[in-house]
Design a protein around this ligand. Structure first.
Ligand code: 5CA
Ligand code: ZN
Length: 416
């Protein structure tokens, strides 16, 4: 486990007040986090077999806005993120390219960290791998077993499955019907048709080792964890039950978040999370960006071409985090121009009064992380301050600090 200290928001003074985000189960924008103390956040991390693309970046920047909004409201934030450092797609990629799966995972995790740092995404306190969590997973399987919710396959390999029927709140996260959920389960890593399953929605808890696959000793045989229990076990151990927000991209609503929550509920008797928030899908040329399709715009590639990471972040922030949208070169070019204008404005000797603008930005971000509205408020201030004489000498500095603290956009000279 790697542990970091959260970067505080520096000179920017906190202002208490509620932060609200859209909650998928209720379909409503609801206040999240405690009135004071520590907010607990878990966001599903990467499967490290390829580099960070704009879709990943969008999701982590979205939850970074929540992290920053909570810090700005004066809360402490306990943020945990996983890395699915052993799973089928990772093993397949390692096999196809003839590299060691562990080396591939370590290399991609390191690249992900450097991309996140460049984008000024605040670090989670804990960043936890699946492999290092195997003991947590088998402890949780033990709890599920005591609740009568585990069975071993009697046909083929004796993999362990979760009995979905033990959870009477199944489908409460996604709000889907069984009919709607069925095709999604098959599409997104599930195995509804496996022979010997008691219910098509039963999910894999422990996969016995196959030839040419890694495996770890456990009370349940040599093998590796299923995907959903990985996140449920990590959350239970590091954050506990009833966390404030479980986050991820909308492709994880079903089955992943549904199943993790279900397994946690049965293992602990308590609700997994108070709210579930999901970022929209970013695409390229009309299709969802995905490692498996290969239609990727990579953060590291743009950085290598000399693109300012703050322009990448600005481009992401121009879209509301919940919408689905397409990445384009024009979007990046517009963001570069906008960034240049903001930098010019905060270098003025004086500007228009910053207080109402900062209040507007704050209110927008606390209302479902509405970055486009916050950007528009900053932009209007920058345009007006550049166009007319004004005498507030503290405004440019305050606005630079607000962009940094609330939006994660540093307006310092990139060459400095
Ligand atoms: N390791 C699992 C989560 S436990 C996983 O889904 N990994 S991932 O690498 O496929 O995705 C990492 C994160 O990026 C997830 O939160 C996912 O929802 C999000 N994501 C993936 N593709 C996109 C996309 N095209 N647009 C927006 N977010 C995306
Ligand atoms: Zn997850």
């Amino acid at each position: 486990m790697q542990t970091w200290k959260v970067t505080p928001l520096g000179e920017f003074p906190a202002e208490p007040g509620p932060v609200a985000v859209h909650d998928t189960p209720s379909g409503q924008v609801r206040p999240v986090g405690p009135a004071e103390g520590t907010a607990r956040l878990y966001v599903c991390g990467i499967t490290p077999y390829d580099a960070t693309h704009m879709g990943h970046a969008n999701t982590y920047v979205a939850f970074d806005l929540l992290h920053r909004a909570w810090l700005d409201a004066g809360l402490e934030v306990h943020y945990v993120q996983n890395a699915t450092d052993v799973d089928d797609p990772l093993l397949e990629r390692a096999h196809d390219t003839g590299v060691d799966w562990r080396e591939l995972a370590d290399e991609q995790i390191a690249l992900f960290h450097s991309d996140m740092e460049a984008l000024r995404v605040l670090r989670p306190q804990q960043y936890v791998g699946a492999v290092e969590s195997i003991g947590l997973v088998t402890d949780m399987i033990n709890n599920l077993d005591r609740a009568g919710a585990v069975y071993a396959m009697s046909v083929g390999e004796s993999d362990l499955y979760f009995r979905q029927s033990r959870d009477d709140r199944f489908l409460s996260v996604s709000g889907l019907t069984r009919e709607e959920a069925a095709p999604l389960f098959a599409e997104r890593g599930g195995d509804p048709d496996r022979e010997g399953k008691r219910d098509p929605f039963d999910s894999l808890l422990w996969r016995q080792k196959r030839p040419d696959e890694p495996g770890w000793e456990s009370p349940y045989g040599v093998g590796r964890p299923g995907w959903h229990i990985e996140c449920a076990a990590i959350v239970g151990h590091y954050l506990g039950s009833g966390i404030d927000v479980q986050g991820g991209g909308s492709d994880l609503v079903f089955p992943h978040h549904e199943m993790s929550a279900s397994q946690a509920r049965v293992a602990t008797g308590e609700e997994f999370a108070k709210a579930y928030a999901h970022a929209g899908m970013v695409g390229l040329d009309g299709e969802k960006m995905s490692k498996s399709k290969g239609n990727l715009v990579l953060v590291s590639k743009l950085r290598a071409q000399g693109v300012d990471p703050m322009a990448i972040r600005m481009a992401l922030l121009t879209q509301h985090y919940r919408s689905d949208w397409m990445w384009t070169d024009e979007l990046l070019a517009e963001a570069e121009a906008q960034l240049a204008r903001w930098r010019e404005a905060v270098r003025l000797e004086s500007g228009l009064d910053s207080a109402p603008v900062i209040a507007e930005m704050r209110a927008a971000l606390r209302n479902d992380l509405d970055a486009p509205t916050a950007l528009a408020a900053f932009d209007a201030w920058a345009g007006a301050s550049l166009a007319m004489d004004s005498d507030d000498v503290s405004a440019p500095g305050m606005m630079a600090r607000a962009a940094d603290a609330l939006l994660g956009i540093s307006l310092a000279d990139p060459q400095a």
